[in-house]
Design a protein around this ligand. Structure first.
Ligand code: NAD
Length: 496
């Protein structure tokens, strides 16, 4: 991996991408894009409104119904998606540099945790594109009856700021492989890599209108996409608050389908027989990786009362030694929070934790040392003596703040683990395999890791139970979300 400080940032074309053309927003507005490590403006991005969304949806509709895309086979589409994957992989450092400058994550995290996995996901779905299968149905009577799997149509992909490239690829891979066309609305905090990916799609040779990018604020740009009567599906990753608005928009327009990947309050449960060395590392990076701005961050560590006093101080010592600083410096382990707003939210939760009686074991404040005072840095924070009902144990903080709780037995561990509105991920640390598998069935979350954490593979589905969302990203389960099923009946002549 290169030293990011020796690379020159390549900003994208700062226009909207509609029907294969770069174009200014109808109303001509822009919004500022900031570097969270310095608080300085990086550039201004085009601020799309309902009129631009409408142009992009019409382009996507034309491409879906009558453009070359509509006549391509799955294998031909797969070849284009593969080309896009290869181009992204070749330019992973160029993309990661922009991601790091715009999001505040370390360059290393941007390459390994965001851009490279995004390219991998595109490649995975490229391979699935030619293999979408229907089935012949064993109906009663003289009929030949089969199921066709068809693309749902025009998809609005609304993505957040924490993994801007990777999460966009989680949507684009299955959408394009299944034959849908897409209008992308990236987060207003991190709009740059979506525009760069749009340019790669042109380079790869995608027909006009298949992939459109409209940057802009959630309201009006995202809202217009969600309310548009000719969008067939919204694939969304973001907050539960926005998800509720999307449901209302769907209900108030054409009942468009929704996939919702929302937040989490993932527990890591540590039993006394756990491998402590590995569990400490996993709990540590589970919350401080990507500066805690990860939907499945292990933001609660539940430790058995016999293990608590040996385990938690080790985490705290590790947190005090974490190197926070310039995201481009290869020695930095944790960068800046994405925005002033996110910084304020995190500091607010830290204050609430203290007021509600949790004990600060590490961090607990903004990091204002030296150059860091210009940006949005937080000291890695660990709270001990957290009670399940405290707000820092219930609500998603989306920052480098870990809550440590004690439990007495399996029943109490389960009750605390399941005792939030969320259900995205969980991990269980014990050498007792039978106990781990028994508990895995009782944990209410879309992913359970046993003696590991944060393992991802394109072949494994990811998504939530409860208020963590509906539908799945990744794997063939995600592809299903972009397909609909048609039953075709043919009357057969009676046999003599
Ligand atoms: P957000 O909901 O504010 O924004 C997400 C996207 O929705 C952005 O593109 C935003 O512009 C858009 N948006 C906002 N208001 C809208 C509206 N009224 N209509 C349509 N679109 C609108 O969330 P965020 O602050 O960007 O992201 C952080 C949240 O996302 C966290 O809660 C986190 O847990 C969650 N998240 C979940 C996953 C997952 O896979 N489950 C992954 C990443 C983030």
């Amino acid at each position: 991996m290169s030293d990011a400080r020796s690379l020159t940032p390549q900003l994208p074309v700062l226009q909207l991408l509609i029907e294969g053309q770069w174009t200014d927003p109808v109303e001509g507005g822009t919004f500022p894009v900031t570097n969270p490590a310095t608080g300085q403006r990086l550039c201004d991005a085009p601020s799309g409104t309902a009129a631009d969304v409408d142009r992009a949806v019409k382009a996507a509709r034309r491409a879906f119904e009558s453009g070359p895309w509509s006549r391509m086979t799955g294998r031909e589409r797969g070849r284009l998606v593969r080309k896009l994957a290869d181009l992204l992989w070749e330019r992973r450092e160029e993309f990661a540099l922009i991601e790091s400058l715009n999001n505040g994550k370390t360059f290393r995290d941007a390459v390994r945790g965001d851009v490279a996995p995004g390219a991998g996901t595109l490649a995975y779905f490229a391979d699935l594109a030619g293999g979408v299968l229907g089935e012949v149905l064993p109906v009663a009577g003289p009929f030949h009856t089969y199921c066709l799997k068809e693309p749902v149509g025009v998809v609005g992909a609304i993505v957040p700021w924490n993994y801007p490239t990777c999460l966009l690829c989680w949507k684009l891979g299955p959408a394009l492989a299944s034959g849908c066309t897409v209008v992308v609305k990236p987060s207003e905090y991190t709009p740059l890599t979506a525009l760069k990916l749009g340019a790669l799609a042109l380079e790869a040779g995608f027909p006009p209108g298949v992939l459109n990018v409209v940057t802009g604020y959630g309201d009006p740009a995202g809202e217009a996409l969600a309310r548009h009567p000719d969008v067939d599906k919204i694939s969304f990753t973001g907050s539960a608050r926005t998800a509720r608005r999307l449901m209302q928009a769907s209900a108030g327009s054409n009942l468009k389908k929704l996939t919702l990947e929302l937040g989490g309050k993932s527990p890591q449960v540590i039993f006394p027989d756990a491998d402590f060395d590995r569990a400490v590392e996993a709990c540590f990076w589970g919350i401080f990786g990507n500066k805690g701005e990860t939907c499945n961050a292990g933001s609660r560590v539940l430790v058995h009362e016999r293990a608590y006093d040996a385990f938690v101080p080790r985490l705290a010592e590790r947190a005090k030694a974490l190197r926070v600083g310039d995201p481009l410096d290869p020695s930095t382990e944790m960068g800046a929070q994405v925005s002033q707003r996110q910084l304020d939210i995190i500091l607010g939760y830290i204050e609430t934790g203290m007021k509600q009686g949790a004990r600060v074991l590490a961090g607990g404040e903004r990091d204002l040392e030296g150059e860091k005072s210009r940006g949005y840095f937080v000291k890695p924070t660990i709270f001990g003596d957290v009670k399940p009902e405290m707000r820092i144990a219930q609500e998603e903080i989306f920052g480098p703040v870990l809550s440590c709780l004690r439990f007495r037995d399996d029943a109490e561990a389960l009750s605390i683990a399941n005792g939030t509105p969320y259900g995205l991920a969980a991990s269980l640390w014990t050498r007792d395999v039978a106990r781990a598998h028994a508990l895995a069935r009782q944990v209410k979350s879309g992913v359970v890791w046993i003696n590991c954490f944060n393992e991802f593979d394109d072949a494994a589905p990811f998504g939530g139970y409860k208020e963590s969302g509906w539908g799945r990203d990744l794997s063939h389960h995600a592809l299903e979300g972009y397909l609909q099923t048609k039953a075709v009946w043919t009357q057969l002549p009676s046999l003599p």
